[in-house]
Every structure is written in structure tokens, then in C-alpha cells.
Ligand binder design. Structure first.
Ligand SMILES: *[C@@H]1O[C@H](CO)[C@@H](O)[C@H](O)[C@H]1NC(C)=O
Ligand SMILES: *[C@@H]1O[C@H](CO)[C@@H](O)[C@H](O)[C@H]1NC(C)=O
Ligand SMILES: *[C@@H]1O[C@H](CO)[C@@H](O)[C@H](O)[C@H]1NC(C)=O
Length: 438
């Protein structure tokens, strides 16, 4: 059994084991009226496992497209059951957000003209607008019942729990509201923590802990433009939407009772590696497409070195003519381009801000992330030291090799929007979208 928790933009990569460039999920993100979505031809983890007899379900944030008649919903991508919001929960009008609770102070804008946020059960709208304070208890019940039924039916299962927490705007159910010293952000984190605990308890109560791999991770750094409600990247530089470490480096916890020896590792791994790892553990063949992930099973089960020694950093607004902005090789990270971001505003470091325009670096900036994880000290200034010439050459060659090997699918995001595609629980009503409430 596999239980995968994801909290918080690289969902396409996570679910396919391939860079989002290969599936066309770039630049930026899908909107409620987006015409495109993750192409159905892509093979997701859910499809890999379903082919091995697993029952599959997903709860929470999808954000890989909705499309005409739900073409791109999770139920069309290998998930037999779905309870959740098909996109990000800030993609609705302020009325649905800032007023929740009514005195909530927000930073930044919301999507005023959008339709009220829906909750889908499989392919049908269950609620519109969503009742945030009751949402996580619903997810929890759905997830628990799914696990219990799978075990009772003696079926292996895959549950993908994609929490809305701790993304803006924060919310929490009554049990968690006002209980954290860290304010609304802390309350949402408490609720996330509580739910993970409940689901792990369900696994233990069903007696399947020694047969269940649990993965807990995230896919992008904090949205510091939300100030104290945006999270923190600690010592790492900048946050979301930059290719500094604060934008992309994430912690992960992987747990398997009796199989994975408790410990801490700093080996390189990526959410791209989840599909190959899970496929390998389930004895499923890899999808016959180019994968960007590695099978981490010997790292996890035998404490071997990670098969991954490189990582390629794409910015959110991918431009194939530039390609990756940075490349990690072992302990070294080279930046070929740097750029600040709207999402990384308000931090004291001006390099994170939107005013830090796209800048090319040739030679690249080079940091030793073992000794300088905050990316403060460029090793190639004022001149390239002789002893670093070989690694710089190796990184440059690897960048060229990677860029030559990349195939960019037609952008699904640039297929544009069609307002008639916005979900409406009351399809015949007028005037849209405000009448879409049930
Ligand atoms: C959606 O499905 C309905 C009912 O099956 C059909 O009438 C309609 O043409 C479909 N719309 C699109 C855009 O495919
Ligand atoms: C939202 O859900 C909570 C918890 O179930 C409930 O107490 C509250 O009445 C609901 N609010 C609305 C507007 O339905
Ligand atoms: C899990 O534990 C049970 C009971 O101790 C044992 O029979 C079973 O073989 C174990 N399964 C795995 C996958 O280790």
C-alpha cells in the first residue's frame, strides 16, 4: 500500500515522474476556465498502480486541469475515487476567501471574477462554494473509509492526499482554529498535522503498517509575499517561484514500519523519483516514456547512495530558449540565470523581489550547498579558481546534454481559457458565475 501526502506546483512532475515540460504543464498554472490539462496520454502513479490491482483515490487539491466535461479530472487519470477541489483554493472570488473568517486580513490579491470554489466528489459537484471549516474533516473521513474498505476487501491501495494547507488563504476546522501561537498559518499547519496523524493511525489500526509505505513531502517553498501567513524558508534563500534553494528545496519523510531503518539522510532526491520508486516497489513496469526520476528503493531499504547526483531547476515561467535556470551537481549548484519573483516579495533580501530582473550569468554563479546552503558566497568571484575549472566544465557539459535531451510538449496552459468551462453546480442558472451556488 502507498500513502502519499503532498502539501502545497510541480504536481505534473510528481504524478508522472517527468519534468512538466514533457507534458506541457507550463508556463504557470491552470485556471478554472483553462481549456488544457495534464494530457490523458501521460501515465500517472495512480495508473501504474491500478495496472497492478491497486485501488486508488485522491483527496484535496488537483490543479492539473478540469476541461470540457471534466476531461482532465483525477478520475480520468487513474484515480478511481476523488474528493477535492480541482484547482488551487485561492482561485475563487474574495467573497469566498477574505471573509473566511470575515475578519481575516490577507495580503495580495485573489481571483475576483472567478466562480465560487467547488468541491467535487468524483465528477460531480458536491458543494459550491466550499465550506472551508468543514473541508478537512470531509477529506479525512473519505480517506479513512477508503483505507478501511481496501483492507477489508484485501486490496492493495494508493491514496494521494494533496492538502490545501498551508497555502494561502489559510483556514482550519473548529478543532484547530485559534490553537496555535503561529496564528492562522499555525492553525492550518496544526490541521495538516492532525490529519496526517489520523490517517497513519488508521493504517496502524488496520494492522497494515508493515505493508504500507508513507511518503510526506511538499513541492515548493513559502509564498513570502503573504508575510507571516506565507511560511518561512529558514536559512534558505528566497521562496516560491525562484530557483534559489528557498524556492525548491523541501524536506521529505518516508516511513515504512520494519522496512526502512529510522534515520536522516542528505542524499539527493526529487518528487520526480516517486513514480519510479513506487513502480519498482510494486513490481510494476516503468511507463514506456522518458522518465526524469530515479528508483530510490535501494537508498530507502538498504541505505545505499542515491542514484540521483544532479537536479535541474526550471523557473515557473519556462522559456524553452533559455531552459533551466540552475543545475545541481553533487554539492555544487550553478545558476545560469537568476530572477526574483512576486511570490518571494517582502523578504529582506532584494534578490528575491520582483524588481530583481532576469539576469544571465556567464560564467555561472557557483555555490557549495554543503558549506553554504544559503547561497551567499559565489565561488567563481572574482575569478574562477584553477581547482574549480573541471567542475565548472562538467556542469556546463551536463547542462548542454540535458537541454539537448529535453523535448518540450506544446503548452497546455497556453491553450487559453473558455469561461463556459468554469464549474457550475447549477448549469442553467444566470447570471454566471455568481449564480453557481447550491
Ligand atoms: C459535454 O457533455 C454533454 C452531455 O454529454 C454534451 O452535450 C456536450 O456537448 C459536452 N460538451 C463538450 C464541450 O464536450
Ligand atoms: C461549515 O461546516 C461546519 C463544520 O461542519 C459547520 O459547523 C458549519 O455550519 C458549516 N457552514 C455552512 C455555511 O454550512
Ligand atoms: C507484517 O506483519 C505480519 C504479522 O507480524 C506478518 O505476518 C507479515 O508477513 C508482515 N508483512 C510484511 C510485508 O512484512
Amino acid at each position: 500500500m502507498f500513502l502519499l501526502f503532498l502539501f502545497s506546483h510541480f504536481r505534473a512532475s510528481l504524478l508522472t515522474g517527468r519534468f512538466q515540460t514533457r507534458s506541457g504543464v507550463y508556463p504557470g498554472v491552470f485556471y478554472p476556465s483553462s481549456v488544457g490539462g495534464l494530457p490523458l496520454s501521460e501515465v500517472t502513479i495512480a495508473e501504474v498502480l491500478q495496472s497492478r490491482g491497486y485501488v486508488t483515490a485522491m483527496a484535496g487539491k488537483w490543479h492539473l486541469g478540469l476541461g470540457p466535461n471534466g476531461t482532465f479530472l483525477p478520475t480520468r487519470q487513474g484515480f478511481q475515487h476523488f474528493l477535492g477541489v480541482p484547482y488551487s483554493h485561492d482561485q475563487g472570488p474574495c467573497k469566498n476567501l477574505i471573509c473566511f473568517p470575515p475578519d481575516t486580513k490577507c495580503y495580495g490579491t485573489c481571483d475576483v471574477g472567478e466562480t465560487l470554489l467547488p468541491v467535487f466528489h468524483d465528477e460531480k459537484i458536491l458543494q459550491q462554494p466550499v465550506n472551508f471549516t468543514g473541508l478537512v474533516p470531509l477529506y479525512q473521513q473519505f480517506s479513512k473509509e477508503f483505507i478501511q474498505k481496501a483492507v477489508t476487501d484485501k486490496k492493495p491501495f494508493f491514496l494521494y492526499y494533496a492538502s490545501h494547507h498551508t497555502h494561502y488563504p489559510q483556514f482550519a476546522s473548529a478543532q484547530y482554529t485559534g490553537h496555535s501561537l503561529r496564528g492562522k498559518y499555525g492553525d492550518s499547519l496544526l490541521e495538516l498535522d492532525g490529519t496526517v496523524g489520523e490517517l497513519i493511525k488508521t493504517v496502524w489500526n488496520m494492522g497494515i503498517q508493515n505493508n504500507t509505505l508513507i511518503i510526506f513531502t511538499s513541492d515548493n517553498g513559502p509564498e513570502t509575499m503573504r508575510k507571516e501567513r506565507g511560511g518561512s524558508s529558514g536559512l534558505l534563500k528566497c521562496g516560491k517561484s525562484t530557483t534559489y534553494e528557498g524556492g525548491l528545496r523541501e524536506p521529505a519523510i518516508i516511513y515504512w514500519e520494519g522496512k526502512i531503518k529510522p534515520g536522516v539522510t542528505s542524499e539527493l532526491a526529487s518528487t520526480l523519483d516517486i513514480l519510479p520508486t513506487v513502480a519498482s516497489l510494486a513490481g510494476a513496469p516503468f511507463p514506456s516514456v522518458t522518465l526524469d526520476g530515479y528508483d530510490l528503493s535501494t537508498l530507502l531499504l538498504e541505505g545505499k547512495k542515491s542514484p540521483r547526483s544532479t537536479f535541474y531547476y526550471y523557473p515557473p515561467s519556462i522559456d524553452p530558449t533559455r531552459g533551466i535556470h540552475a543545475l545541481r551537481m553533487g554539492k555544487y549548484k550553478a545558476h545560469f540565470y537568476t530572477q526574483g519573483a512576486f511570490h518571494s516579495e517582502t523578504t529582506p533580501d532584494p534578490a528575491c523581489h520582483i524588481t530583481a530582473l532576469l539576469t544571465e550569468h556567464n560564467p555561472p554563479l557557483l555555490f557549495d550547498l554543503d558549506t553554504d546552503p544559503a547561497e551567499n558566497y559565489n565561488l567563481l568571484k572574482p575569478v574562477i579558481p584553477k581547482e574549480l575549472e573541471p567542475i565548472v566544465k562538467e556542469i556546463q557539459n551536463e547542462r548542454e546534454r540535458f537541454l539537448k535531451s529535453m523535448t518540450y510538449a506544446e503548452s497546455e496552459i497556453n491553450k487559453g481559457k473558455d469561461p463556459s468551462l468554469r464549474p457550475c453546480c447549477n448549469p442553467e442558472c444566470t447570471p454566471k458565475p455568481s449564480c453557481c451556488r447550491c
